[in-house]
Design a protein around this ligand. Sequence first.
Ligand SMILES: *Cc1c(COP(=O)(O)O)cnc(C)c1O
Length: 354
Amino acid sequence: MKKYWSSRIQNLVPYTPGEQPKDRKFIKLNTNENPYPPSPKALEAIHKEAGESLRLYSDPEGVALRKALSKAYGISEKQIFVGNGSDEVLAFAFQAYFGVGDTIVFPDITYSFYPVYAEMFGINCEIVPLNDDFTMPIDKLIGNNNGVVITNPNAPTGIEMSQQDLRRVLEGNPDVVVIVDEAYVDFGGTSALPLLEEYPNLLVVQTMSKSRSLAGLRVGYAFGSENLIQAINCVKNSINSYTLDRLAIVGGAAAVGDQEYFEKTCSMVMETRERTVQRLKELGFQVLPSKSNFIFISHEFVPAKKLFAQLREEGILVRYFDKPRINNFLRVSIGTEEDMATFCDVMEKLVRQS
Ligand SMILES: *Cc1c(COP(=O)(O)O)cnc(C)c1O
């Protein structure tokens, strides 16, 4: 079966993306996509670009997109890297900063792509348990390691780590890179971007997949010191110079330029989240405090695994992780107000039946 596979790939267990069903119509609350469409300005820019120019290669440096990000975030273009989704940006960053045989530290409950990259690139992992309340074990992220990776707000818990704690991690690891994956920061979190000036070992990674409703366009980016950005460019240009196509560059730039639409849709998601949390608590759910576009919930007596299956039968997809510590939780992405009202109604019915 695995004849011809390289030895490195033979035993690799790849990441499992959330289901994208094609057979029937579900209320899709399983992959943290944004329920609202992308900015109309982004769509217009993409339409305009979809023409004769596609004959030509895209800009390998994605200057138009980096300029737009620079303007929006007040950070020099030289401190910005753009890539084909933040998954790619993270994969490049791992290769840029962590070598074969190095050991990186991250928590047991976090984005499950990190151990896959580590395995793929021959990096060892020191996996430290989150505290009992699912907050970050700050002391365990400091010390004898070759790098640290943190999702903030964390996934799939949604819990945010304080700026003060992040400073402790950065100061405790001055000679290695600390990657902060801020895929969900726009839903009420506090970004580490203002810390860039103080910490040359900080890399902040963000994406347009969640807060900018552009998961299908594949645009991610990283902010860091010029030195750190040059290292990722070195990796990228050793693999594929044109990771972002023409549509992604112009669409991404236009999306970043449409601040008003961005703020409006993020607020809608956050308001719906708070209403959903309220109703679920009334139904006897424990809901971890979320600063993201999903919630992580557990019921006092109905098992998560059972709810997951029943929700599916009712046409609602959520995410269930059959892993120690979190196997009685469901991760539920925040959909439209209407989707979430339906979700809560179905949950109410299922809890009553149990
Ligand atoms: C969704 C997600 C990503 C990947 O986003 P893309 O930009 O779509 O590749 C990275 N990190 C975390 C924690 C995520 O949840």
